[in-house]
Design a protein around this ligand. Structure first.
Ligand code: HEC
Length: 130
């Protein structure tokens, strides 16, 4: 058997390194399917993903880009209605990490602690709801 030359080995390992870099973007990329699982485990008790279907909390259908406190027929806290927030992925991430910190006087009771990957997955999933 002929062993690959040093040069061939070097070429192979730099190709592998390049592939590794491509698969590791600077920010953890969200996985929509796993984000759906995070949603089911963490949010579905109080939130639906269907338009016009509210539970204890407002529907999260089309939440990204929406102005806070504006789903019809939802009884929001005054704090949420007055918050002036427009829900971007960053805002949602900050809110679920600390609901009462981001909307003092708000009424969402959630104290889950998601790691960076779970957050990225959940946000990728929420962005598909439109
Ligand atoms: C125990 C119930 C409960 C859980 C669990 C919960 N929420 Fe909420 N959520 C609420 C309630 C109630 C409100 C309305 C808050 C207010 O009016 O102050 C709300 C509001 C929101 C809003 C603002 C929506 C709008 O129309 O302005 C977002 C975004 C949100 N929740 C995201 C989430 C996400 C994402 C999760 C899961 C990680 C989650 N929530 C888990 C009850 C919950």
């Amino acid at each position: 058997m002929k062993l690959p030359s040093k040069r061939a080995q070097l070429a192979l390992s730099s190709a592998a390194a390049a592939l590794l870099c491509l698969s590791l973007p600077a920010h953890a990329a969200g996985n929509v399917e796993r984000g759906g699982d995070v949603f089911d485990a963490q949010c579905a008790e109080c939130h639906s993903v269907k338009a016009n279907k509210n539970k204890k909390g407002p529907t999260l259908f089309a939440v990204i880009g929406r102005k806070a406190g504006t789903v019809p027929d939802v009884v929001y806290s005054d704090a949420m209605k007055a918050s002036g927030i427009v829900w971007t992925p960053d805002k949602v991430e900050a809110y679920i990490a600390n609901p009462k910190g981001v909307v003092p006087g708000g009424k969402m009771k959630y104290d889950g602690k998601l790691n960076a990957q779970e957050n990225a997955d959940l946000l990728a999933f929420l962005a598909t709801l439109r």
